[in-house]
Structure formats: structure tokens, C-alpha cells
Design a protein around this ligand. Sequence first.
Ligand code: SF4
Ligand code: SF4
Length: 409
Amino acid sequence: MTVAQTRGGFAGLDACVHCGFCLQACPTFLATGDDADSPRGRIELMRSLERGDLSPTDAALTYHLDRCLGCRACEPVCPSGVRYGHALETARERLAVAGGVPWLARAALWALTTQGVSGVVYWFARVFRATGIPRLLAGWGRIRFAMGMLAATNGGERRGKAQRVSVPAFPRRSPPVPAFLFRGCVMEGLFPHVHGATIRTLQVNGYEVREVEGQVCCGALHAHAGLGDAARELARANVAAFGDGDEPIVVNSAGCGAFMKEYGGAFSARVRDVTELLAANGGPVPGGPVDLQVAYDPPCHLLHAQRISQPPERLFAAIPLLRLVTIAGANDCCGSAGLFTLVEPEMSRAVLQPKLEALSAVAPQVVATGNPGCAMQIGAGLAARGVRAQVRHPVELLDASYRAAGRYE
Ligand code: SF4
Ligand code: SF4
């Protein structure tokens, strides 16, 4: 075992020269102005943890590391190439071993990701969502915000089916290229309409989307909570389920995709965000008109962790009449960050506020974003503020465009 391996992700911090270029990119530093809530400050805390100068139960250390969103906005702006995200995961694992994981995070992980449990939880959530009560109760405060989050997952009646559809012949390739769909847990439970749109739009662009038995949650939420062993176990199960072929593994949740690209080895090289696949080879195929004003909000785990910016724009450009509006601070974090919105609501809402103000000023008809957590966070915030914009995954808009073009019913 090399020294770097024994040090886990902490080795990625060695390049930090304290220049502070990352500070203005950090949403928690911008919210509090406290250097300990900045990447530079947290790097110093993590170095102290690694050296043993600070205990993993130290109150100040846990307070400031817990308040980190893990958005990784600090990575692309760092001139030294500091790998902050890996170090944070290593630190959180040490904190979880020493001090445990908050009960709320454990309960949420159990309910949302445990096979045999999550299916029942999501079924009740969908039934409750269909009553319309969550939308009526959406607002500020923990419970009302959670209602808004659930209401924001509604894809509408027509889009609520995930089954494969028959696509008339508009092939870009012959024969079609096989691709495996990663279903995930929250996406499968609350956003099956996005899987349906993913399958249909990829079919139009020359892919044959195949299902894979035995796949499980990606493990990102576990890793972010410090449960590294559980995350690695889930990763091993997914590597076994998807086999060792070379078919691309298509992911429509930016958080899952970012984490699966870090499993390592040949598996990670196969993982593709759905927008990457659609934009490959000059795609996507143009669709019919969708007369909507759309604000795009790139998820941090797409933009910063996966460094994907052009493919979603190519997707919007393939939709006639769609008007993309620029929102100030669109590239900034929304404050969702997986379970962060549940366990750190104060900081999460503080980070969300500037985004809501920018969106309210423009009032687009649709906010497009490619991550379930961001969709729920932004949707809940808009509902609480009384802004009527819908939140949609980009592939839902392309799906509507292909319907408008008559490519399928
Ligand atoms: S993380 Fe990078 S940008 Fe931030 S202080 Fe260290 S070297 Fe500078
Ligand atoms: S991951 Fe995000 S919140 Fe955490 S230090 Fe980096 S920029 Fe700040």
C-alpha cells in the first residue's frame, strides 16, 4: 500500500497554498463570511485532523465540516488542482466512525435507499403526492419545505409512465448502440417519468436502452454522510450487476453519475450523463417546437464534479422556440446537497435564497436541472415563495419536443 493510499483522500489537499482563490466560489463562505466555512479554512481543519492535532469529535471541526455542502465549486477554480471532494469524504468517514451519523440522516438513508423498504416508502410518497396535499402545504419550515420537495417531483400525469415506447424510424445509427440504464433509488422512486424520457430520447438518437437486474443505490448519499463501508458495498454490487462489457451506463442524476465516475477502473469509464450521450456524434436530433421560457440551473455535481457544461446546452439548442434565459448565479449551488437540506436546514436555505431571488426576478416558466436533489430543493423554494415556475429535467423538455415533432405519441 502506498503512502497516498494510507492517507486516503487527504493526499489531495497537499497542493493547497492558501491563496484564497476558492473563497468567492464557496456558497457557505459567501453566506457567513467566516474563513472556517471556506474551502481554505476547512482544508486547514482537515490537515489538523489528519495530523491528530484535532480530534474527530472536536466541536469546531465537526461544526464547520458538517456545514460544507460538498458541492465542489472550490475545485475548478483552484489553480493548484486541490482535490477537495475526496478529502472531505475521508474526513467525514473519520467523523462518522468517531461520533456517529445523525439519526435524521440514518433514518432518511434507511427509508430512501434500503431495498425492500424504499419501494414502500416511495409508493406512499407517490400516493400522497397524487392527492395534491403536499403542493397545498408547501412553504417554509422543515415540514412544509419537505412537502414542497415532494410536490416538486411530480412529472404530470402524461409523463408518469416509464415504459418503453415504440419509436418510428429516425435512426442516427444502424444498428442502435446498446446503453445500460442506471435507475438509482430516488430517481426510480419519485422520478420514473425522467427514466421514461431518458429511454425515449436516447432511442430517437440511435441508442437501444437496456435494463440491468441487480443494480442498487449508487452509494453517494452514504459516502457524503461518512458511511464509507456502506458506500463501497453498494459500489461493488453495481460493478457486479453491470458486468465487464463496454456498453455505456447512462445516468440521469448528476449526483449519482459523479459518484459512479469515481468508483474507479473500467466501470467509471463507462458512466455517462444522459446529456453526454445525447450530445455525442453531433446530437441530439432536433425536435419540434416547445414554446417555453426556460432557466437552466446546472447541478454542482454535473458542472463542478463531472465538468459537464456544453451537452445540456446542445440539448436545449435542439428544441425550436425554447428560449433559454440567463439567471444570475445559475452556476452557484442551490443548497440541496443530498441529505444536507434535511440535516443542515438553516445553511441550506441561506444558500438557496440568492438563487430564488434571481429566479423570481426573471420568473421563467420552467427551471431545468439534471439532479433530483436540486429539482426538489429549487421546486420547494419556488413554491414557498409563491413563484409558479415548474422544475423539469432537461430530457423531459427534449421528450416534449420529440412528441411535438411526432416522433412518438
Ligand atoms: S484550495 Fe486551491 S484556491 Fe483554495 S486556498 Fe487552497 S490552493 Fe488556493
Ligand atoms: S465543497 Fe462547496 S461548500 Fe464545501 S468548501 Fe467547497 S465550495 Fe465550499
